[in-house]
Design a protein around this ligand. Structure first.
Ligand code: NAG
Ligand code: NAG
Ligand code: NAG
Ligand code: NAG
Ligand code: NAG
Ligand code: NAG
Length: 516
């Protein structure tokens, strides 16, 4: 054993490396490399990930972005008014019956994609909705009774107009037999029905102020290719801008609100985010119908499939708070103090042709309790069922699961001069709520994600262990040989003195025996 080591040492510094210090230098290099890998490996992997996710035409991620291999679903719950007559004639509370879900699967595709020279892409979004009877509770032709949104919008808007206009409106509505509640099918409510008031408006209103449609539907015109032209950053030049909207229909800012901060629209569409998401990042999603950027903050880690950890982001609780509770919302209130949105509602009338549409979370989640108590039949909000959230993959920035939950309400103002609605009180009337969701990404994407999340750390650990142990082995070997070679002389001395000591011991033993 001892002898074998000796020959190895001899070989080490004579045959192969000549001098012991070359071995030490080599070992030190390995250890330094190990330290570098420890520190810089993540950066290296990030460079690879950033290259992979950026939208380069022809790449796999580009294909996934352009035609997502997912099947988003939208589930619609309609508040069916069961006592419309009593409500109007007897001042009863409206009794609502939540019906549904009416489920549509969506297929998304980006069309007319044009690559710009400055690291952006322009496209139109094509969404096709297919009704899914098997997933729904009810049929698309179920009849529901809901407030007449075009009519109540017109009457509410006329509140501050001249009295004779309101009287004229009343007689027109009389002639056209327009009632404050309509009986329509769920399909009509969503995708459009002919509305006599809109038809009239289209014929008489001057061209510039014209509403674009003569049909009314809450999702009217949304089945198919949208005319909105969206320009987003690809992330090729700057990964921190990946997926972020540069221009929406040529605009970099919304025109509606009081300052640039509220008018920003540089968020993403919610399906991708700039990668390497930290828990303290605020994500921003822009949706045209929401009429603003929606901030999302980290809530918790969630497990998706077996191997993937996602970060759940959800809007901060004060996102739709009134200006007393969240003064930052003041810039969303162009009409000034008394008519700012009440707590828990967001006034989108400026994005909805001035209709008094107010958004909230389903069942007025995070809103004032008074909205619930003004109607009968809506259960108290349940955070798990009604909150809005997006689960993202922190490394890649891809949305793994999402539930975009929004309720549409009509803020009706009582107008006494119009006899049809004279008994319709000031009320925030819930119409429907929907949940647009992505449930599961296909395996090819999640496999890549679990690879990105688990394999690089393993490779890194392997490289580190390899480099460190090889370095440490060589280092100690060289040190051992060095000590061996430089100490051979003194070792011999020591052995000599030992021998002497033994001899002396023997001598004393002998002497002792002799004395006996
Ligand atoms: C909605 O309510 C009306 C009136 O009560 C009723 O006739 C209708 O069947 C209800 N619709 C659904 C889908 O339950
Ligand atoms: C109206 O209200 C009165 C008292 O609240 C009640 O007796 C009457 O039955 C109601 N009428 C209708 C049509 O519901
Ligand atoms: C990039 O180019 C497109 C098309 O030329 C233009 O609309 C957009 O404003 C440009 N964006 C930036 C950030 O320069
Ligand atoms: C949407 O359009 C497609 C055809 O482009 C059609 O098959 C589908 O039924 C439409 N969906 C709805 C809800 O109207
Ligand atoms: C959006 O634009 C604002 C300036 O208008 C800027 O401060 C902010 O950092 C931008 N956000 C992102 C995510 O790029
Ligand atoms: C909603 O906003 C519009 C435009 O700013 C304003 O005129 C209206 O009074 C607001 N509605 C309510 C109910 O606050």
């Amino acid at each position: 054993m001892q002898g074998r080591r000796h020959t190895f040492c001899t070989k080490l510094y004579s045959t192969y490396l000549r001098k012991w210090w070359i071995t030490i230098a080599f070992a030190v290099c390995l250890i330094i490399l190990g330290i570098l890998v420890t520190c810089e490996f993540t950066a290296l992997i990030n460079i690879i990930i950033n290259y992979q996710v950026a939208l380069r035409p022809g790449s796999q991620t580009f294909g996934w972005w352009a035609k997502p291999p997912v099947e988003p679903k939208i589930s619609v719950y309609v508040y069916n008014v069961t006592n419309a007559n009593e409500f109007l004639n007897n001042a009863s509370k409206p009794i609502l019956d939540e019906v549904g879900p009416y489920v549509y699967t969506e297929s998304w595709e980006k069309v007319n994609i044009v690559e710009n020279e400055n690291g952006t892409l322009s496209y139109n979004l094509k969404k096709v909705y297919i009704f899914r009877e098997d997933l729904s509770f009810g049929m698309e032709d179920d009849v529901v009774i809901v407030p007449n949104i075009p009519m109540l919008s017109a009457t509410s808007q006329s509140k501050h107009a001249a009295r004779f206009l309101r009287l004229a409106m009343a007689s027109i509505m009389d002639i056209l037999k327009i009632k404050p509640f309509v009986q329509v099918s769920v399909g009509q409510l969503l995708w459009g029905y002919e509305d006599p008031l809109l038809k009239l408006a289209k014929d008489v209103v001057p061209k510039e102020q014209k509403l674009p449609y003569e049909e009314f539907g809450l999702m009217y015109g949304k089945n198919g290719t949208s005319t909105d032209r969206i320009t987003i950053f690809t992330g090729v030049n700057d990964i921190t801008q990946y997926g972020i909207i540069d221009k929406y229909n040529g605009r970099s800012y919304l025109p509606h609100w009081l300052n640039d901060d509220c008018n920003r629209l540089n968020g993403t569409d919610g399906s991708i985010f700039p990668p390497h998401i930290e828990k303290n990042r605020i994500l921003f999603v822009y949706d045209k119908d929401l009429c603003r950027l929606l901030p999302l903050v980290f809530e918790e880690e969630v497990h998706i499939k077996e191997s993937i950890v996602g970060y759940r982001f959800t809007p901060p609780e004060n996102v739709f708070s009134d200006v007393e509770r969240n003064p930052e919302n003041m810039c969303f209130c162009p009409a000034g103090q008394p008519s700012c949105s009440p707590n828990g509602l967001f006034n989108v009338s400026l994005c909805q042709y001035d209709s008094p549409i107010m958004l909230s979370f389903p069942h007025f989640y995070l809103g004032d309790e008074s909205f619930l108590s003004e109607v009968d039949g809506i259960s108290p909000p349940d955070k798990e069922k009604h909150k809005f959230f997006i689960d993202v993959h922190p490394t890649m920035g891809t949305t793994l699961r999402a539930r975009a939950r929004v309720q549409i309400n009509l803020a009706v103002s009582q107008v006494f001069d119009i006899k049809q609605v004279a008994n319709f009180p000031d009320i925030v009337f819930p119409i429907l709520w929907f949940e647009e969701g992505i449930d599961e990404l296909p395996d090819e994407i999640t496999d890549l994600m679990s690879f990105a999340a688990t394999v690089p750390p393993k490779i890194r650990l392997g490289i580190i262990i390899g480099l460190f142990s090889l370095g440490a082995f060589l280092f100690s070997l060289a040190l051992f040989c060095l000590i061996r070679s430089s100490n051979r002389q003194s070792t011999l001395h020591l052995e000599g003195s030992n021998y002497l000591a033994t001899a002396q011991f023997d001598l004393t033993k002998k002497k002792a025996k002799e004395s006996k």
